[in-house]
Design a protein. Structure first.
Length: 345
C-alpha cells in the first residue's frame, strides 16, 4: 500500500533548502610556555648564601615576566614554603608567653649551628684533597676518591632504608645513571666500595635524598664517620676551579674512563696532558668489573672515571688492585668538554 503525501507538503519539501549545519571553529589559542626556573644541578654548583639570594631573585623576575598570575602564585608559594620551613618551626618551639620580635630566622639558625659545632663532621678542603692526590702520585701510592650523590645514596637505600618502590619513585633517573632498581647486588658492592675508598665525597646540601640520606644509609651498613677522610661531593669541581687539576695531571700518564672518554681525552691532550689510554663506553654499574679488568692492562699513573654510579665501583677497585690513583671525576668531564670549566692553573 502506497502512502501518498499531500501535494502541499511535496511542494514545501522541494522549496525548503536544507539548512547548513553551522560549526564554529574552535580557535586554539597557543599559550606561551611558562618559563621554567633556571635549573641549577645540586651536585654541580656549590650552594652559598649569595648564590641562594641570586637564584631566588632571578626566579621571581625571570619566571614571571610573561604571566602576572604565575608571578603572584610563585611568590605566594615561595613565601609559604619559606615560612613552613623556618618561621613556622620557631612558632612551634617558642613558649606561648614569649616572642623574638627582633631576631631573624637566619640568626636563630646560626646560633643553633654554633651550639652543635662540636658534632660537625670535618671535611677535607679542596686544597687538602689536591695535596693528598699529588702526594700519592709523587710517592706512587694508591688513592681512591669517590663521591656520593642522590643516585648512589638511593641505590644504597634499597630495601634497607627505603622500600624499593620508594627508591624507584624518587630515583627515576637511576637507570640512566647505571642501576636498574631493584639491584641488591650493586647495592652491596657499592657499600663495600664506600668502606674501602680512601676519600669519600658526601653532599653538603640538605635537599631530600642528599645529606639527609647519608646518616641512615651509613648506619645501615655500619660505615663509621670517625677516622675516615671525608670531603664535599663537589670536590671535583673545586679542584678544577682552584687550578689543582692541571697541577695533578701535568707530567702524568692519564687513563680516561667513561662515555665522555674520547672528547675529554682530546681536550686534555690539547692542554699538554699525556693520555695513557681511554676506555669507553661503560654500560652501567654491572659493567664495572669488565672495565676494571681492561684498565689493569694500561700503563697509567692516574685514572679519571666519569661513569655515573659505576664510577664509585671502578674507582675504588682500580686503585686497590693497581696501586694507582683513581678519581671519580663525574660530570666534570662534560663541563671540560663543553668549555664550561677551562683547565687552568
Amino acid at each position: 500500500m502506497r502512502i501518498r503525501t499531500s501535494r502541499k507538503r511535496q511542494i514545501a519539501g522541494r522549496l525548503r533548502k536544507p539548512k547548513k549545519r553551522r560549526t564554529r571553529k574552535r580557535r586554539i589559542k597557543k599559550s606561551e610556555p611558562l618559563l621554567k626556573a633556571p635549573v641549577i644541578p645540586i651536585e654541580a654548583v656549590p650552594v652559598t648564601p649569595d648564590l641562594v639570594k641570586v637564584v631566588e631573585t632571578d626566579q621571581l623576575q625571570l619566571d614571571t615576566s610573561h604571566d602576572k598570575g604565575f608571578q603572584a602564585g610563585f611568590a605566594k608559594g615561595y613565601q609559604e614554603g619559606k615560612y613552613a620551613g623556618g618561621e613556622a618551626i620557631i612558632d612551634q618551639m617558642l613558649p606561648p608567653d614569649q616572642m623574638l620580635p627582633e631576631v631573624t630566622v637566619e640568626q636563630i639558625i646560626a646560633a643553633g649551628i654554633s651550639m652543635y659545632r662540636e658534632h660537625s663532621l670535618p671535611l677535607l678542603t679542596v686544597e687538602q684533597v689536591g695535596d693528598r692526590i699529588i702526594h700519592a702520585l709523587d710517592e706512587q701510592q694508591p688513592l681512591s676518591l669517590v663521591r656520593l650523590g642522590d643516585g648512589e645514596l638511593l641505590t644504597l637505600a634499597q630495601e634497607i632504608v627505603m622500600p624499593v618502590e620508594t627508591v624507584r619513585r624518587e630515583g627515576k633517573f637511576l637507570e640512566y645513571a647505571g642501576v636498574k632498581v631493584p639491584d641488591l647486588d650493586i647495592r652491596n658492592r657499592l657499600a663495600e666500595a664506600v668502606l674501602g675508598a680512601d676519600i669519600v665525597g658526601i653532599p653538603r646540601t640538605r635537599m631530600p635524598n642528599y645529606q639527609p640520606l647519608v646518616s641512615p644509609v651509613f648506619r645501615a651498613y655500619s660505615i663509621p664517620f670517625a677516622n675516615r677522610q671525608w670531603t664535599d661531593s663537589l670536590v671535583n669541581y673545586g679542584l678544577c676551579q682552584a687550578g689543582y687539576l692541571m697541577r695533578i695531571l701535568r707530567n702524568r700518564r692519564v687513563l680516561v674512563i667513561g662515555n665522555m672518554a674520547e672528547p675529554l681525552s682530546a681536550v686534555l691532550a690539547g692542554s699538554g696532558i699525556a693520555i695513557a689510554g681511554m676506555i669507553t663506553p661503560v654500560n652501567g654499574a654491572r659493567d664495572a668489573v669488565r672495565i676494571v679488568e681492561l684498565a689493569r692492562h694500561y700503563d697509567f699513573e692516574i685514572a679519571l672515571v666519569s661513569a655515573g654510579i659505576a664510577a664509585v665501583l671502578i674507582t675504588e677497585e682500580l686503585a686497590r688492585l693497581t696501586g694507582k690513583v683513581a678519581i671519580d671525576f663525574g660530570h666534570m668531564a662534560n663541563a671540560i668538554v663543553k668549555g664550561e670549566a677551562p683547565i687552568t692553573e
